[in-house]
Design a protein around this ligand. Structure first.
Ligand SMILES: [Ca+2]
Ligand SMILES: [Ca+2]
Length: 124
């Protein structure tokens, strides 16, 4: 349970999810566009492989945003986030202790990566 929360938090902290940010529901055009994007062989159906490619692209994008987010928060560029740096990010500062799994007072890239990996697993 705690793990689930931490994983979700890690994603929220860094990954900007357009779907969540958007207030209005997806309109038909958007769905059509997404469908066309996924249906790479244009047979009007989405098979497992096509869905897999699409999901992977989303995961890759999230990872890029996640990495960029980490670098941005790590102001002194020592490769880890201390409590002062975390203050810039409401979610990070709130869940700092939960994310700091080795309790050394820093959020390392490895700790955040692990949380992100957990989150990815939850989605499957
Ligand atoms: Ca730092
Ligand atoms: Ca740590």
């Amino acid at each position: 349970m705690i793990k689930t929360l931490v994983a979700a938090v890690a994603v929220m902290a860094f990954a900007t999810l357009p779907a969540l940010a958007q207030e209005k529901p997806a309109d038909k055009d958007m769905i059509d566009k997404a469908f066309e994007g996924m249906d790479t062989n244009k047979d009007g159906k989405i098979d497992r492989a096509e869905l897999g490619v699409y999901m992977q692209a989303i995961v890759d994008k999230q990872r890029d945003e996640f990495d960029a987010g980490f670098v941005e928060v790590d102001v002194n560029k020592d490769g880890k986030i201390d409590k002062d740096e975390a203050k810039a990010n409401t979610i990070l500062v709130t869940y700092f202790d939960a994310l700091d799994t080795d309790k050394d007072g820093f959020l390392s890239k490895a700790e955040m990566d692990r949380a992100l990996a957990e989150a990815a697993k939850l989605k499957n």
